[in-house]
Write a protein that binds this ligand. Structure first.
Ligand code: CUK
Ligand code: CUA
Length: 638
């Protein structure tokens, strides 16, 4: 095997005095590499010439300044998934400062997500489900970000959520029926995001009613399309194999997903037997036509959702064989190519999207759509693009980003003697996703690349056995990639996307008619309460609704009475119409805490179990007398 560029003892400079520490670090790296390498077995590296420019090896700090001085604003919004923390985060780039967290599939004390009635209505479950968010993607119009929504999957509970970009809050969540583990997610890019495409990863028996584990023939999974506006199911397509990641083209006609386990196995050994798996191409026009013609079935529990059969032989899909267990699926901004990243093969398969019409017309064979097979290094997972014809691929096992020339790769595949590898940059360590600024849209601008590294090891002060991830910022504007920033992050950004600030328009205040709290407003109306001025307690059997206004530094009521055992709903309307004046509400010893943004209404419900006086207070620092913003609930003995 060639030299181990990726594993780099070069950076083990921490604790030069402490031989045991650095030896420990070296050891753990070697062990890690060993197990990864074993996983790919004897896969050849097939590397193009090692065109490593000398300066590419070390983390270089002489690139353009990325300093965003105090008081200055970042140029980009980065939307980061939070993995098994379940949330989405907004970072500013290039500073990498965390600007906001958007709770989605998690509980959040600060905002009351999962506690307030408004968020529970969005979550739609009475019990809390711990989520695993991987792929955040913004809606598009004509292949460009339109700043309406960000969509994100929850692999752990087969859900898809939508975040409204005007207020940066989650407003809809759907559970995808009859599948397990929604993983790859992307949006239709053209003409606009009508559909959110999402892959269900795991094959399950149908029906999955507890009658069988071993009837493997009855197992399948589905590709899913959610209507982006209604957030209801549009259709589901049955496929062969396990679906992994997905992307769409720039005509609106096709979506395509990487697919591992073409063996349809249920064990690890079984699912990595074949040398080739496939990319499934979905013909959206034909799927829509089949639905119109009534050419579909439905499944139990979701009788309005068209389910189409897209298994091998179907006219709705095409199966393109590609090397072993492909993972990332990335469309290049030029619109001609998409790449399937090999994962267990060093090969990246480039598909020529312009040939898909001929493929579906039966004029060519599936393998004829392959524009190139690109060999970059070990463990290619995801690829990002700039606007100058270069691609950037994460090499998980090599711990590198490989920059390569897309057109040259095609020429090499066609027999020309050209080197398509431009540069390899060490990253720290083991990168999964990467993403370029605006790189999944027509507006790709080739300024920055983010490498989401799964391991940080020696890059930060140690904080116990659990380490942060390392999200590295790389300047790609020049001829060479330059590492310019290390960003520790909490579990676990799988993916991100980076949007120029000119695209994003957010509101400073809530609108009083916002649908987010429409149900609460309707209840108030039914109670004869004017939220903008009334402070009232409404009793309805043993249900008590306490309506309060808030204006810094006062709640509209400094005390109210309920009876032991009452179900109490606190409804607060923040009348401050000043940017950044958010109030909070916490009821001591009741587990109730939430945010009320300026001009918003928010509510939470709890049982008044214990008789006595209970203080409530404001949690968001709103005024010089914020500490005094409080009141008392008297629970009278039953
Ligand atoms: S997946 Cu995690 S590194 Cu869920 Cu997009 Cu590839
Ligand atoms: Cu209101 Cu602090």
């Amino acid at each position: 095997m060639r030299e181990q560029k990726g594993q780099h003892p070069q950076s083990v400079e921490i604790d030069a005095d402490d031989a045991s520490v650095s030896e420990h670090v070296r050891m753990s790296r070697r062990l890690f590499l060993g197990s990864s390498a074993a996983l790919v077995g004897a896969a050849g590296t097939g590397l193009g010439a090692g065109l490593l420019s000398p300066s590419a090896h070390a983390a270089s700090h002489d690139g353009p300044s990325i300093e965003v001085k105090p008081g200055e604003l970042d140029e980009y919004y980065g939307f980061w998934s939070g993995g098994h923390s379940g949330e989405v985060r907004i970072l500013g780039l290039p500073s990498m400062r965390e600007l906001m967290r958007i709770p989605v599939f998690n509980l959040d004390s600060a905002t009351g997500w999962g506690i307030t009635n408004e968020s529970k209505e969005v979550l739609g479950h009475s019990e809390f489900l711990a989520g695993d968010s991987h792929h955040p993607h913004m809606s598009m119009t004509d292949g460009k970000y339109d700043s309406k929504y960000v969509f994100i999957n929850d692999k752990a509970n087969s859900r898809v959520a939508r975040i409204r970009c005007d207020v940066m809050k989650t407003d809809k969540i759907i559970t995808i029926p009859n599948v397990q583990a929604i993983h790859g997610l992307r949006v239709q890019k053209v003409p606009y995001t009508k559909y959110v495409f999402c892959n269900a990863e795991f094959r399950i028996p149908h029906p999955n009613d507890g009658t069988g584990l071993d009837d493997i023939e009855a197992y399948y999974t589905m590709f899913n399309a959610v209507d982006a506006e209604t957030m209801e199911m549009a259709f589901q397509v049955i496929v062969d194999g396990n679906l992994d990641n997905t992307d769409a083209d720039y005509t609106g006609k096709y979506a395509f997903s990487t697919c591992y386990n073409s063996e349809n196995a249920v064990t690890l050994a079984g699912s990595i037997r074949n040398e080739r798996d496939h990319v499934v191409v979905f013909n959206i026009e034909r799927i829509e036509a089949a639905i119109k013609a009534g050419d579909y079935k439905t499944l139990p529990g979701a009788d309005k959702v068209p389910v189409l059969d897209g298994r091998k032989g179907s006219k709705l899909t095409a199966y393109v064989p590609v090397p072993k267990s492909p993972h990332g699926m990335n469309t290049a901004p030029g619109g001609r190519y998409a790449v399937a990243n090999g994962k267990l093969s060093p090969t990246i398969t480039m598909l020529d999207l312009h040939k898909f019409d001929d493929l579906f017309a039966g004029k060519i064979e599936p393998r004829d759509v392959i524009a190139a097979e690109v060999e970059l290094g070990l463990g290619p997972l995801h690829t990002a693009f700039d606007n100058r014809g270069y691609a950037y691929t994460t090499l998980f096992i090599d711990s590198q980003i490989c920059k390569w020339d897309v057109e040259k790769a095609v020429r090499a595949y066609n027999g020309e003697e050209v080197d398509y590898i431009v540069q390899k940059l060490d990253v720290q360590y083991q990168p999964g996703h990467n993403h370029t600024t605006m790189g999944e849209t027509r507006d790709a601008d080739g300024k920055y690349l983010i490498s989401l590294c799964k391991f940080s090891k020696d890059r930060f002060l140690p904080v116990g056995p659990l380490h942060p991830e390392n999200d590295q910022l790389i300047d790609i504007s020049g001829d060479e990639m330059k590492l310019v920033h290390d960003g520790p992050t909490y579990a676990e950004p799988h993916d991100c996307m980076i949007v120029h600030r000119s695209k994003v328009k957010t509101d400073k205040l809530w609108k009083r008619d916002d649908p987010f709290f429409a149900t609460t407003v309707a209840q108030a109306k039914a109670d004869g309460v004017v939220l903008e001025k009334d402070n009232k307690v409404i009793r309805d059997g043993n249900k008590v609704r306490v309506y309060m206004t808030s204006v810094a530094p006062n709640y509209g009521m400094d005390s109210f009475r309920v009876k032991q055992g009452d179900e109490v709903t606190i409804v607060i309307t923040n009348l401050d119409n000043v940017e950044d004046v958010t109030h909070g509400f916490a009821m001591v010893n009741h587990g109730v805490q939430f945010e009320i943004g300026p001009q918003a209404t928010a509510s939470a419900t709890f049982i008044a179990k214990e008789a006595g006086v209970h203080w409530y207070y404001c949690t968001w620092f709103c005024h010089a007398l914020h500490m005094e913003m409080r009141g008392r609930m008297l629970v009278e003995k039953a």
